[in-house]
Design a protein. Structure first.
Length: 130
């Protein structure tokens, strides 16, 4: 009997936590990003926090890359200000052949097209720490 209760409790907790995660992802995925004046702190950082920074920021810097502040990754290679189509970061989030797909496919779903457009607009506008 005790064991059954444990299983029920465990299942409940599992569902509660999974649900919670999904809600946060959906909330961020549903946000619209403006066509101009894209802000790093308001529009881009929440996406990176959710989908990138467990590996590129908060305690871990895979490939030596820290995405918590533009100061760390707007370097003329990972991000070329004004040139999204020449920025390695864009190739990775578009899952372009020959580059590591980010976030890694076994870890998470890709960014939404709205999020990719937002990142590109932010880079086009100068990749500012705004
Ligand atoms: C689960 C961990 C993980 C997550 C989440 C993740 N990355 Fe990565 N990232 C890596 C690893 C590992 C590498 C190195 C892969 C390689 O070189 O094959 C890497 C490499 C990169 C590179 C290439 C760096 C270089 O110098 O070539 C970029 C750009 C990048 N990630 C961006 C992102 C972005 C943007 C996100 C979120 C949308 C993200 N990553 C999410 C683990 C992760």
């Amino acid at each position: 009997m005790n064991r059954l209760l444990n299983i029920i409790l465990f299942t409940f907790l599992l569902i509660a936590f999974t649900d919670c995660d999904d809600t946060v992802v959906q909330e961020v995925d549903n946000r619209t990003i403006p066509d101009s004046n894209v802000s790093f702190s308001k529009n881009i950082s929440p996406i990176f926090e959710l989908k990138c920074n467990s590996c590129h920021g908060n305690g871990k810097t895979e490939a030596g890359l820290n995405l918590t502040s533009p100061a760390y990754f707007v370097d003329g290679i990972i991000v070329v200000p004004g040139e999204p189509d020449n920025s390695v970061l864009v190739w990775t989030i578009e899952w372009k052949a020959g580059f590591p797909s980010m976030p890694p496919p076994d870890y998470s779903v890709p960014l939404t097209s709205e999020q990719i457009r937002g990142v590109k607009t932010w880079i086009t506008e100068g990749a500012k720490d705004n």
